[in-house]
Design a protein around this ligand. Structure first.
Ligand code: GRG
Length: 295
């Protein structure tokens, strides 16, 4: 586990250095926007999605500088989603990553613009030549991230999530919602390395199968933390789902069965990586981490 912690810290450091480089700073009258973008991106976070990009890219011998750009792009989209998710019109949260949320630290309009700025910057980073010398590869990355983040992916999932506040969803409906809301970005993160490294179809399929189970296991762990964790540990408000009367994996399965389901999914995620042999070990370790984490 110490080895995995070191690998996660190293990948986070590589991506944070890239984020530091690509995020705008200084500026004239728009300086406040730049500050809000940097505040929302550089202040903590586990950097799980960039880890998936870097570990996946390593399987195919992709240079780390290229992988770090794709990792930074997915983290920018993730951070934008958190900024918008915290807004009063959405979850209305004041605490994120142990600090005031963007609209509390700045103001609502600035938080909306900061989210917009982060989302569009992600595509700029992917489209730049430094991400990959071949335009087709860059276009594939842009397309995959657009699909994952958009109406058939994360944003669509968020819409379904809002609907979940007005009626009780079934387990199948919750799985679909979570595959879109959180799973799609996990899937992109796993696919990005395969796109950069022009992986064979079977390898790409294996990574996608891993990502699907990992995403659901991650969400069950998130539901468990919401039900059992403390605000201090998790760095954000907890007990939200029960408070909103929302059906979740935990409310439908119960704590024990939800935990067992997360373990089953992690086992299956790990078995999808068999094709990579020992080289798949960092991704196996990440799957274990995702359900053992306390934040
Ligand atoms: C366009 C208004 C608008 C919204 C965008 C908000 C949104 C669409 C989607 C929401 C996506 C979202 C917030 C999903 C929650 C996923 C989740 C549990 C995030 C926390 O992820 P971690 O644990 O966080 O990886 P850290 O802080 O470690 O990065």
């Amino acid at each position: 586990m110490a080895l995995f912690d070191a690998a996660l810290a190293a990948s986070a450091a590589a991506v944070e250095a890239m984020l530091e480089r690509v995020l705008p700073e200084d500026g004239g009258p728009e300086r406040r926007l730049f500050e809000a973008m940097r505040y929302s991106t550089l202040g903590g976070g586990k950097r799980l999605r960039p880890f998936l990009v870097l570990a996946g890219a390593k399987l195919f011998g992709v240079p780390e500088a290229q992988a770090a750009r794709a990792g930074a792009a997915v983290e920018l989209v993730h951070c934008y989603s958190l900024v918008h998710d915290d807004l009063p019109a959405m979850d209305d949260d004041a605490l994120r990553r142990g600090r005031p949320t963007c609209h509390i630290q700045f103001d609502e309009a600035t938080a909306i613009l900061a989210g917009d700025g982060l989302l569009t910057l992600a595509f700029e980073v992917l489209a730049e030549e430094a991400t990959h010398p071949e335009p087709e590869v860059r276009a594939s990355l842009v397309l995959a991230l657009a699909k994952a983040a958009g109406a058939h992916g994360m944003v669509g999932g968020q819409m379904c999530d809002l609907e979940a506040e007005t009626r009780t969803l079934s387990l199948e409906e919750i799985k679909r919602l979570q595959r879109m809301k959180t799973g799609a970005l996990f899937a992109f993160s796993c696919e990005a390395g395969a796109i950069l490294g022009k992986a064979a179809a079977a390898e790409r399929q294996a990574l996608l199968a891993y990502a699907e189970d990992l995403g659901l296991a991650f969400q069950i762990a998130d539901d468990l933390l919401d039900a059992e964790g403390t605000e201090l540990e998790v760095g954000k408000r907890v007990g939200k789902d029960a408070g909103a009367g929302k059906a979740t994996f935990v409310s439908l399965l119960g704590i024990e069965n939800a935990r067992k389901e997360a373990q089953r999914l992690v086992q299956r995620a790990r078995s999808s990586l068999a094709i990579f042999g020992e080289k798949g070990e960092p991704l196996c370790e990440l799957a274990r981490f995702v359900i053992a984490r306390r934040a």
